[in-house]
Design a protein around this ligand. Structure first.
Ligand code: FES
Length: 190
């Protein structure tokens, strides 16, 4: 009788074990399946978001457009640097920037028109041309440049930077760029 009671208890225990664990295993499996589905769908949905966020890093800065300086004839008779202000449109990733920049139109030794930047290659101040001594001067640390942009004296590591220019449809045009400061060679940075 006692043996029977023990057997019954053991059978009940086995039953309990089976009854309790089977649904739990099923629930665990379904939970894993649901988790896997969520991760997969989330992964697919996040691809466009990542692409959007990384766009500025993967895209290179687009080239600055050519800006008009005016009719080339107007500059034909200049006998010293002539200041001009241009509007520059630049696209950097998904950021569009419109800025006004000052440049100087000069005549090279061959009488060809050239355009130079007014940004001092030392620390980026704007230089001014002085008609009296026919030199460019930087107000920040007394950098001095010849009327063709060559360095005369002061801390700037090089002369004023020449910008790409051309004559198209009778107009003098310039492509504005920014250059690295504090280095002896001209390096485009934007
Ligand atoms: S910024 Fe021009 S000399 Fe320093």
């Amino acid at each position: 009788m006692e043996e029977n009671a023990t057997y019954q208890i053991e059978t009940e225990t086995e039953k309990n074990t089976v009854d309790t664990h089977t649904p739990t295993n099923r629930r665990t499996f379904l939970g894993w399946l649901l988790g896997l589905g969520t991760v997969t769908v989330g992964g697919f949905l996040s691809v466009p978001l990542f692409k959007f966020a990384l766009h500025p890093l993967t895209e290179t800065t687009t080239e600055t457009a050519w800006s008009d300086l005016g009719n080339a004839d107007e500059f034909a008779s200049i006998n010293g640097p002539k200041k001009a202000v241009i509007t520059v449109n630049q696209t950097d990733g998904w950021r569009k920037v419109v800025q006004e920049k000052s440049v100087y139109v000069i005549k090279g030794a061959d009488d060809k028109l050239k355009v130079i930047s007014s940004i001092c290659p030392h620390l980026g101040c704007s230089v001014r041309y002085n008609d009296a001594d026919k030199k460019f001067a930087c107000p920040c640390h007394k950098g001095v440049f010849e009327n063709d942009g060559k360095l005369v004296s002061g801390p700037p590591p090089r002369g004023l930077d020449e910008l790409d220019s051309r004559i198209a449809d009778g107009k003098l045009q310039v492509r504005y760029q920014s250059f690295r400061q504090l280095v002896p060679t001209k390096e485009v940075i934007a």
